[in-house]
Design a protein around this ligand. Structure first.
Ligand code: FMN
Length: 351
């Protein structure tokens, strides 16, 4: 039975990759909310993009850019290949990397090697990954430590995705999401814990509750990029009549980030912005809105599928080019100065 369960988990991960590569899995009716944030770039720029310092630190490690590739893969042969390619590029750019949910490897250790990338990326901040749904049912501190030790990670991300579990064919359906396991976990482990969405964003109330747990960081992973509700419905043939309005529910990344900034004001909790932040210009807006780091997932997978590591290198190089050049136009030579920049919010969704 256990044997069957881990095979199901592994196949599901490959299904997700295949669907992401073959279908439109992005939000269509809604965007990530950054279109409503207007910057005031100068035309008479006198700051060279090369002079801009994008260094920062995460988990006490120095990174060259405030960027993280979000956790996606592992648990299958294909997932291993993607993890290794992502690790190679993250080491090259000296940025952070998350692996996908390690549930398959917790259920069967034969999958552990599909997440192990330390040999390829010895220096980067590496983030292990498990889901809250599993912590609510059977996982505890032991599984959390196992996930981190398995890949010699610097931190653990716990993804929070009740909607996805509800609609997933084999999802862990629960009526009551308790935060008690997270509270226990965060206060009993030595490594940093990140509480992470999966592309539907967190509400003001969610953010206030998550902040009280005092995690190292919250990754808002808002709506506007990859739409997981859509992905799960594409795996479920009996759901072909489900409406666009239903699958597009979620809180736009910029809006969720704005709430997160208020919820974490005067606290030590760091903020990761993700969810459709697929270019350096939106990344600058996210950093000004209060993010400490920006993360992205789907474009990484698509670049690798298109042309392997060289295509991913091209994508990240362009992302950094936009980041630097937009900062130069704003006259901000480092991340600290960028945070003080003024911007204008337009549209009613911020009121
Ligand atoms: C193929 C794929 C697999 C993913 N698997 C996981 C996962 O196992 N754990 C997790 O926390 N998030 C997972 N995610 C969600 C991403 O980490 C991210 O939060 C989400 O896709 C929003 O970012 P994006 O709009 O840049 O894709 C996955 C995303 C993709 C595209």
């Amino acid at each position: 039975m256990e044997q069957e369960k881990d095979e199901v988990t592994s196949k599901r991960k490959d299904d997700h990759i295949r669907i992401c590569l073959e279908h439109d899995v992005e939000y269509k009716l809604h965007n990530n909310g950054f279109q409503d944030i207007e910057l005031r770039p100068a035309t008479l720029v006198n700051l060279s993009p090369e002079k801009i310092d994008l260094n920062t630190t995460v988990f006490g490690k120095k990174i060259d850019y405030p960027l993280i590739v979000s956790g996606m893969t592992g648990g299958s042969k294909l997932g291993k290949q993607y993890n290794e390619q992502i690790a190679e590029i993250c080491q090259e750019f000296n940025i952070g990397m998350g692996v996908g949910s390690q549930r398959a490897a917790i259920e069967d250790s034969k999958f552990s090697e599909t997440f192990e990338v330390r040999d390829i990326a010895p220096d980067i901040p590496l983030i292990a990954n498990l889901g809250l749904a599993q912590f609510n049912k059977r996982y505890g501190i032991e599984e959390a430590k196992l996930a981190v030790e398995m890949i010699n990670a610097d931190a653990l991300a716990i993804h929070i995705n009740p909607l996805q579990e509800l609609i997933q064919l084999e999802g862990d359906k629960q009526d009551n999401y308790s935060l008690e396991p997270l509270k226990q976990l965060i206060s009993n482990v030595q490594f940093p814990v990140i509480l992470k969405g999966v592309g539907t964003g967190f509400s003001k109330k969610d953010l206030s509750n998550l902040t009280k747990l005092q995690p190292y960081a919250i990754d808002v992973s808002g709506a506007g990029g990859t739409n997981w509700t859509k992905i799960e419905f594409l795996r479920n043939k009996s759901m072909e009549y489900v409406s666009e309005e239903f699958v597009e529910q979620g809180i736009a990344t910029a809006v969720s980030l704005n709430h997160a900034r208020s919820a974490t004001k005067n606290k030590t909790v760091k903020l990761v912005a993700s969810g459709g932040i697929w270019n350096g210009t939106d990344a600058v807006k996210a950093l000004i809105l209060g993010a400490d780091y920006v993360a992205f997932a789907l474009p990484v997978l698509r670049a690798l599928a298109k042309g392997g590591v060289s295509e991913l290198r091209k994508f990240i190089t362009t992302f950094i080019f936009e980041l630097r050049t937009t900062m130069a136009m704003l006259g901000s030579e480092n991340l600290h100065k960028l945070k003080k920049k003024r911007y204008k919010k337009i549209g009613r969704r911020y009121s």
